[in-house]
Ligand binder design. Structure first.
Ligand code: KG4
Ligand code: ZN
Length: 341
């Protein structure tokens, strides 16, 4: 089965072609110009998706060596995300599906991040604990089987990626801040300063990052920090901040794995590209854990993860009936509910 998939929920325009669960092409156009504004401007993002989506689709098809008439199923992110941005990919995908008389499958972006860990992987086991860390979301989920998800915890304030972006902004490092902090942290001392980990009362698996963010702000004020792009002090602050973020994410995820008696852990979403975070989780392999982390081009937003999620939905739901169902769903935009992911 050939699948054409789209992702336009935020600031990446992406199209991918898959043969079953095998990604043949995954074209991503990142809208870096938002850095000028210090964050994503929704209206500008939508217009850019509109401008580039046809070209990105053509590239995905030609790189995969597949003609549009060979496609059997179309999928697109339908929720959650910036509504104007979502609508571009969603309606482009739906229109193509209708004109080609093939099924359309709407895909939840969070589910797509969960299954992104299994792209181009030989095998994986259920159940597993899934940590999803991106610019908009921080979620800890127990995945019992395909699409059997139990939400264990979320952030009570900022998302992990958002905390990286805000800390980078305070340091004058630009947007998105995660990759810059990651690079600078490699040159700094993580023990330079101890930024406090939050203690959340709501649930033992919830996260909070606004405290770390505020403590960075106070610390910078206290030392009279002057924004510079690169010096030892900046590297040390980045390394210390990143350590606090990693410890918080790692400790809760490991605790969840212990409580749910599984040695399978997946981390995905933009922040899973973080070198320090990956290293920390990779160390668990020595203790018998299976660690699933997507390659970098599948950790930030991409259409490959949307395609593989559509494929897993298809193989897990009685083929012909699924197609019938999928076509009907083209009419509706489901309401997003974290408990239904
Ligand atoms: O998954 P994603 O592309 O988009 C959302 O769905 O939000 O994640 C983007 C986020 C940004 O906050 C960015 O700073 C962060 O992922 N990020 C990183 C790294 N690469 C991207 N954070 C830490 N270290 C990285 N290497
Ligand atoms: Zn995302």
């Amino acid at each position: 089965m050939y699948i054409l998939a789209f992702e336009t929920s935020c600031d990446e325009t992406s199209a991918a072609v898959l043969k079953d669960d095998n990604v043949l092409s995954n074209i991503i156009l990142s809208q870096y110009f938002h850095s000028e504004y210090g964050g994503v401007v929704p209206e500008v993002a939508s217009r850019e998706h509109l401008r580039s989506i046809s070209e990105i689709t053509e590239k995905a098809l030609s790189e995969a060596g597949i003609r549009i008439k060979d496609i059997d199923m179309i999928a697109s992110t339908s929720e959650p995300g910036l509504i104007g941005a979502l609508l571009i990919g969603l309606n482009f995908a739906k229109s193509l599906a209708v004109s080609l008389k093939i099924p359309f499958v709407p895909i939840n972006h969070i589910q797509a991040h969960i299954y992104s860990s299994f792209i181009q992987k030989e095998k994986f086991d259920f159940p597993f604990i899934s940590l999803i860390v991106s610019g908009g979301h921080t979620l800890l989920i127990y995945v019992e089987d395909y699409f059997k998800h139990k939400l264990l915890g979320t952030t009570v304030d900022d998302a992990a990626g958002e905390a990286f972006d805000k800390a980078a902004k305070m340091l004058g490092l630009g947007y998105p801040g995660g990759p810059i902090i990651d690079e600078f942290a490699k040159r700094g001392n993580p023990e330079f300063h101890k930024f406090p980990l939050a203690n959340i009362k709501r649930s033992k698996f919830d996260f909070s990052f606004s405290g770390i963010k505020t403590s960075v702000l106070y610390f910078l004020k206290e030392i009279g920090y002057k924004k510079t792009k690169s010096d030892k002090l900046t590297y040390d602050i980045c390394a210390s901040f990143q350590k606090a973020m990693i410890d918080s994410l790692f400790n809760k995820t490991k605790k969840a794995a212990e409580e749910y008696r599984t040695k399978n852990i997946s981390i995905s979403g933009g922040v899973s590209a973080n070198t320090g975070l990956k290293e920390k989780f990779e160390q668990l392999r020595n203790k018998g854990y299976n660690i699933y982390i997507p390659e970098t081009n599948y950790s930030t937003d991409n259409a490959g993860m949307v395609g593989i999620t559509a494929y897993y939905k298809y193989i897990n739901s009685g083929n012909k009936e699924f197609f019938k169902d999928a076509s009907f769903k083209t009419m509706a935009m489901p309401r997003f509910d974290f408990n239904s992911i």
